[in-house]
Design a protein around this ligand. Structure first.
Ligand SMILES: Nc1nc2c(ncn2[C@@H]2O[C@H](COP(=O)(O)OP(=O)(O)OP(=O)(O)O)[C@@H](O)[C@H]2O)c(=O)[nH]1
Ligand SMILES: [Mg+2]
Length: 378
């Protein structure tokens, strides 16, 4: 048992314009869950090899904290993420532990693992905090909170790479992922965003497996005043997308976004179909698709890792979209994905409406999960 914290914790620092933090008190808009009540995930994931170096100097922490503070649209991310299991679990740990001791760190580790951060990452984060606390680097829990926020941000900084639509016309985005993750909805939201940026675009109903899939995309097309190329269910997906690319070319459109099936009769059938789409598109444009966006459901936990591995190995993936991070999603999977794959996270889904697809902003995300005034610390 580590006994590194004997002296009385110093009162939490206050910021200009903020009341002094007296008794630890949960924020009224952040209901507190009992982190310990959330069963930890089975330890399936093998430890990863990559080495992430947490920030260790107070100056580095300050810089990362400034990044978090400067995050745009910070408030709305907080609102959307406050109800997530991860944010509530973290709030619970900080609210119930006014002192920095072993129980606090143990519970923090459980909370991170329960939120899908992954065992390796959670252990690494907490071991580092423990080591630094042992060296009396943190004056109080508030200082540790700042260090944890900075560490989490650093882990995501490299993968927060927005999708840059190259001037290549049409820029082809192929959207892939297993069924139900939010592919079609993401395409609808992305169409809304790109239209808002003044781009011309076309959608391809490449999910020909289900009749409803075509209708769903057409509804999004009507909503955004974007044409949809479709051939009805049962058509060959590759030929629908090929046609769409020809149309987009002849109309000199900026972007083509192609939907695909999430499920066929067999999983290998799905990967074969996606490979065929690639081959067929390459006949018209060897560089197409310019972006293969893998959509992952943020609520599926560690399963998202094996999906990413499969799609990456079978067809190649250039960017990720993590959906459903609003509501009850744990959200920690984003850290596990960053650590294992380092693939750019382009967007996250924070709701079902057209405006709910956000460019992944690591600082706003960390702030939403772990506000700087959590539990009266900070
Ligand atoms: N809360 C929330 N719901 C979402 C989000 N993204 C998608 N959904 C919902 O998830 C459900 C499935 O979304 P779809 O877009 O149909 O998923 P899909 O991947 O196209 O599914 P298949 O076509 O069956 O492969 C729908 O009810 C969406 O409204 C999100 O970011 N937040
Ligand atoms: Mg769909």
């Amino acid at each position: 048992m580590l006994k590194f914290w004997k002296k009385k914790p110093a009162p939490a620092a206050t910021r200009p314009g903020e009341p002094a933090a007296a008794a630890p008190d949960p924020a009224p808009d952040a209901p507190v869950a009992d982190a310990a009540a959330v069963a930890p995930l089975p330890l399936e994931e093998a430890p990863f090899e990559t080495e992430a170096v947490p920030p260790s100097t107070p100056a580095a922490i300050d810089m990362l904290e400034q990044d978090i503070a400067a995050a745009p649209a910070r408030r709305s991310w907080r609102e959307r993420l406050a109800g997530s299991g991860f944010a509530r679990g973290l709030a619970s740990v900080f609210v119930r532990h006014p002192r920095l001791d072993d129980a606090f760190l143990d519970e923090l580790e459980t909370c991170l693992i329960s939120a899908d951060v992954g065992v390796a990452t959670a252990t690494e984060i907490v071991d580092d905090l423990r080591r630094r606390a042992g060296k009396r680097e943190f004056a109080d829990v508030a200082a540790l909170l700042a260090a944890l926020r900075a560490d989490l941000l650093q882990r995501l900084a490299a993968v927060a790479q927005p999708l840059a639509i190259a001037p290549t016309r049409p820029f082809v985005i192929l959207v892939v992922g297993v069924n139900g993750v939010g592919k079609t909805t993401t395409i609808g939201k992305l169409a809304h965003r790109l239209r808002g940026e003044g781009r011309s675009l076309l959608l391809a109903a490449g999910d020909t497996f289900r009749a409803a899939a075509v209708e769903q995309l057409q509804t999004w097309g009507r909503r955004n005043e974007v044409a949809v190329v479709a051939q009805g269910s049962g058509a060959d997906s590759a030929s629908v997308i090929f046609d769409a690319l020809q149309t987009a070319r002849s109309r000199q459109l900026d972007v083509l976004i192609a939907d695909t099936a999430g499920r066929l009769h067999t999983q290998s059938g799905l990967m074969d179909e996606l490979a065929k789409i690639r081959r067929v598109l390459a006949k018209l444009d060897p560089a197409a698709p310019h972006e293969v966006l893998l959509v992952l459901d943020g609520t599926t936990g560690q399963n998202a890792l094996s999906q990413t591995r499969q799609f990456r190995d079978a067809i190649g993936v250039t960017g990720l979209v993590v959906t459903k991070l609003d509501g009850t999603a744990k959200g920690g999977i984003v850290f596990a994905l960053a650590r294992e794959f380092g693939l750019p996270i382009r967007y996250v889904g924070l709701g079902e409406q057209a405006q709910d697809l956000r460019v992944f902003d690591a600082a706003a995300f960390v702030d939403g999960l772990l506000p700087d005034t959590l539990g009266g610390h900070g």
